[in-house]
Design a protein around this ligand. Sequence first.
Ligand code: GLN
Length: 546
Amino acid sequence: MSKYIFVTGGVTSSLGKGIVAASLAKLLQARGLRVTIQKFDPYINVDPGTLNPYEHGECYVTEDGAETDLDLGHYERFLNIFTSQANNVTTGRIYQTVINKEREGAFLGKTVQVVPHITDEIKRRMKLLGQTGEFDVVITELGGTVGDIESLPFVESVRQLQWELPEEDTVVVHLTLIPYLKAAKELKTKPTQHSVRMLSEEGVHPDIIVCRTEKPLSPELKRKIALFCNVKPEAVIEAADASTIYEVPVLMMREGLDTIVLKKLNLMSTREPDLTKWKQFLDKLKYPKGKVSIGLVGKYIELQDAYKSILESFIHAGAMNECQVLVHNVHSEYITAENVAEKLTGLDALLVAPGFGHRGVEGKITAVRYARENKLPFFGICLGMQMAAIEFARNVLGKTGANSTEMDPQTPHPVIDLMDEQKKVTAKGGTMRLGAYPCHLVKGSLAHRIYGQEQISERHRHRWEFNNKYLADFESAGMMASGKNPDTGLVEIIELTGHPFFIGVQYHPELKSTVENPQPIFVEFVKAALQHAASRLSPAARAATV
Ligand code: GLN
């Protein structure tokens, strides 16, 4: 049977609970244990699919098409495993299940209440992955901060599970903040004491306290935290600010987080963690040999979490190319034909980001045109691919007013359009083409060279599609469909011949990039950017770089 680790957070949000949970999972995995992570979020949305990226960052999509919290992206990137719908549960989903059961009469006339009905459903879902027999350890991250009204049923469920399960089958890790007061030149433990007390009042006592801190914690301070929070001194773990999230597993190992967790779970017989590959990646990441500047054209650039998986994919691809990728955010709303050259000056490549709605799309189209005409390596993802198709239709095929019917339902040339089955859909949640679909690549194409195989599978999240009515026009002018869905014939990849690197994909390749398996288009795109950078140097400087 699985062991259960619960990760709670106190004092403030944004302490990096997801990263700590993923790091702990990585260490346990590196010891040979089969580990998965799940996230329980206290908000009422059934899933984050309907949330604006400004609210909650990127919506991460799993293989089975679940729209989930971006922390699941970290879990997959760290562990190199697939997660699924079962790995992300919200209050909304819990209530939806319970209310549906109530409507079916499943409660036999009983009053339906938070305790026990909601908590029973939470516990059922907390144990679901553990019961598959596929995992030795299931880590559950509780979203939100201890003390929030909305997280109470989740904490209560943890309390009940601890009571129900054998003592050595559960462990609670509480992540808190130890703020440094500049004026007093002191680290302060009081907020942590309060947050542990609050958690205890709710019936859960943490076994381990992980302390986020800007400054090292002295042994005395650790003892003080241990004493006042009633844990052993070795159960107080320092989580110092790291230069990259990928360093956190190594820092946690140094602090002995995995050891103390395994001791509590009575799993001490596992081997020492083997982090060889991870450390090799980290070395390449920390000591790059070169750098490239890549423009990220999008409309949510004020909020970096909106493009989390893209940014992480660049980190993986950069390490693979032993170079640092400097991502320059370019706000699509402010790009015009007049300023585009100036805005994109000095860039070695351009990525046009996914998105929804009309805001900023004309800027994206202008940026694509610049990349196409100036032979700047180009990579368009989802909406970015659609914008590349529109740009080509307008400026190469001469189809004035070409557009997507998402932006202009009356366009004379709907090169991007809804498929018939999508036209009937009015609900917003979960109604897109979601999750993994197969794609067949054309032999000898750029896409084929990048992937090194003809059959691939990538994840989707969109409603609109390339309109195949226009495909022959596109292909005869040099924009080929190099990847298609083998079952439906839908165009998944377009690429421009006679350009050093110009590719647009209808799917989201960034969702499958991991530390161990960097996504191949990102890897080749960074390589193309490096080549572009080298070609811009003077012959002498170029010679010096080889
Ligand atoms: N808005 C576009 C569509 O729904 C693109 C979506 C995206 O970029 N994820 O098809």
